[in-house]
Structures are given as C-alpha cells and as structure tokens.
Design a protein around this ligand. Structure first.
Ligand SMILES: Cc1ncc(C[n+]2csc(CCOP(=O)(O)OP(=O)(O)O)c2C)c(N)n1
Ligand code: SF4
Ligand SMILES: [Mg+2]
Length: 326
C-alpha cells in the first residue's frame, strides 16, 4: 500500500543574513525581562519556522510572561500545555492533523508542530510526555529552551542548572559552600540514547542566530520526531548584566561549557569548535550565581568541562537506540 502523502514542509536552509525571512511571527506584546534569552530564542525559532506553524507552550517563563492579560506576541497558532505534558498535547495535535488530512478535511501543508519547553518542562517534570512523544514517532519538533533553572517560579534548581550555581533551592552556605553540588543532565544524549524513532538532534545558542534558524528548518523538514537543545541565558536567574545575553552564550561555547553539534543518522557533526578554549572562569565571572565560588570549585568545573571537550574531539560513545519497526 502506498504511504499517504502528508505534504510535510521542506524548509530550505537560510544561506546568509540577507536571506533571513522578513516576517516576524513573535512580535512585541510580551512581558519578559530585559535581555531575556528565551524570548530572543522564540523570535528566531518562529521566524525560521514561518506562518504554517503551531507552538505548544508548556508552563514556564515563555508561557507566563508571554500570555498575560490576554496579550500575546504570537502571530501564529499557539496553545498552552501543562508543564508536565507538552509532548502529549503535541502528539494529539499531530495525530489530529494526520486524520484530518487522510479524511480530506485539511488540504495541507502539514503544519510545523513545535513544543517550546523550558528545561524543567523537558528533562524533569515534562520528561515522560516528551519521551513518549519521541517513542511513538510523532512528527513534532521538541525544543528545550534552556535557561538552566525553573525560572518562572523564582529561579529554583533544575536538572540543567550547572554545578556551583546559586538558586533559591541551592543557596550557598556554611554546610554546602558551592550551592549546587550536582552536575547537569545531558539532554540531547537522553533523547538520542532512548528513542529509536528520533530523526535529528542538535544543539545551538541564541548567539548563533543563523545556525539556530537552520537547525530549526532542518529539524522541521524531517518526517519524524526531532529535538533541539538551545542555550538561552537568563539575566534574572544567572545574575548578569542584561546587555550581555548574547555574550554569555558566546562565552559558553568559547569556554567549552556548551558544545555545538548535530546528530543525524547516528553521526555527530561538531561546529564552532574553538582552536583554543578559554578558561571557564572567563564565563563564570560575569554571573552572580557563581560569585560565591572558591578557586577549588572553579577547578572542579574546569575538570568537568575538560572531560566534555575530550568528547568533542572523540564523539560521545552513547549508541543511538536501535531503530525498530515504526
Ligand atoms: C505540575 C506543576 N508543577 C509546578 C508548577 C509550577 N511551575 C510553573 S512554571 C515553573 C517553572 C518552569 O521551569 P522551566 O520549564 O525550566 O521553564 P522556565 O520558567 O525556566 O522558562 C514551575 C515549577 C506547575 N505550573 N505545574
Ligand atoms: S526570568 Fe529569565 S527566562 Fe524568565 S522572562 Fe526573565 S530573563 Fe526571561
Ligand atoms: Mg528553565
């Protein structure tokens, strides 16, 4: 039997800044903090995706600060999901569009369906719904906009909060001088390692807008589930000068705190690899959340990052889940 043609959109790469699509799909009318990394990220993602797009917004800053008093910045369809169930809501929307198209009730194109979830809504409280969506092979792009905390409820620690960061739940003190003692989860590896249906996984930051937009477009052009992990500095939670949002993301890459890569068909491709990495202190010194750290804590962070850098030179030995019958 011939497979049904769902008319999935194929989005060509944007070759230069001059060719970035003009129309804005995330417009003024929100109440995020000045210098908010996740808000800039939303703007870039929405621009890259274009008008035939539906966003699912699990609870978090990008729901609450974007949807207050019936005023929103979305020029495309958007639906709120609970922080726990972004993946489930997206699965239902995707399945409904497939049925509507098979029954001739929607001519196409198939919409870009994007979950825009915070780190809590992705790898912690939203993990099971995200994982189930990936496992069931829904054609959805799941984005983790990573501001490294549960920011919306007052900057509590999440599994993506770095070692040594002060948050409201990891205050440094006499007993625990470094604040947070745990190192973060590895979000893209969770997705790659556990989900046979996943087609494409990549990382990027808001300091690399063309890279970011092209990864969005590539992910949306795949026939199944995809995942993007995006570093989005948060001036309120990380305590840095709001003018330095872009600079924070750039320094994260230059120090090795963040690596830029794509995973496709089992192969890793690293980009923006510095010829010589800067010490992690160059990144941490701008952020009040690390201000209490002593040299031994910074050395511990450097050792962690040095190990990560080895993986960039020798790609991570986590096998992708073996593709089964989908
Ligand atoms: C089931 C449930 N538990 C807790 C909350 C409270 N809550 C609302 S937003 C939020 C923080 C979300 O963090 P994240 O997903 O990282 O997004 P961010 O706020 O950082 O953008 C929390 C804990 C909730 N809305 N629902
Ligand atoms: S707390 Fe952080 S993520 Fe939330 S609106 Fe402010 S800057 Fe953006
Ligand atoms: Mg967060």
């Amino acid at each position: 039997m011939q497979a049904f043609d769902y008319k999935y959109q194929q989005l060509e790469p944007v070759k230069s800044f001059k060719r970035v699509p003009g129309p804005e799909m995330y417009v003024p009318g929100h109440r995020t903090c000045a210098g908010c990394g996740p808000a800039l990220n939303y703007r870039l993602v929405a621009k890259a995706a274009g008008k035939d797009t539906i966003f699912i917004g699990p609870t978090g800053c990008m729901y609450v600060a974007n949807a207050s008093y019936l005023c929103t910045p979305y020029a495309v369809s958007w639906i709120h999901a609970q922080i726990t169930n972004g993946g489930a809501v997206a699965s239902g929307i995707e399945a409904a569009f497939k049925i509507a198209m098979r029954k001739g009730r929607h001519a196409g194109p198939f919409p870009n369906i994007i979950v825009m979830a915070g780190d809590g809504g992705t790898v912690d409280i939203g993990l099971q719904a995200m994982s189930a969506m990936m496992y069931r092979n829904h054609k959805v792009l799941f984005i983790c906009y990573d501001n490294e905390s549960y920011a919306n409820t007052g900057v509590q620690t999440s599994p993506m909060t770095p070692y040594g960061a002060a948050t409201t739940f990891t205050p440094p003190g006499k007993e625990i001088p470094e604040g947070k003692t745990l190192f973060p989860k590895n979000a893209p590896q969770l997705v790659i390692g556990g989900h046979p249906a996943v087609k494409y996984v990549a990382t990027t930051t808001i300091a690399h807008p063309l890279d970011l937009m092209n990864k969005v477009r590539k992910a949306l052009s795949q026939p199944g589930p995809t995942f993007l992990h995006m570093l989005c500095p948060c001036p309120k939670g990380w305590l840095f000068d709001e003018k330095m949002t872009r600079e924070m993301a750039r320094l994260a890459v230059e120090t090795g705190m963040w690596s830029m890569y794509e995973w496709e068909n089992g192969t890793y491709k690293y980009t923006n690899v510095p010829k010589k990495y800067k010490p992690v202190g160059e990144y941490m010194k701008h952020q009040g959340r690390f201000a209490h750290l002593k040299p031994e804590h910074i050395a511990k962070m450097q050792a962690f990052v040095d190990e990560k850098i080895k993986q960039v030179q020798r790609p991570i030995p986590v096998a992708a889940a073996v593709p089964g019958k989908q």
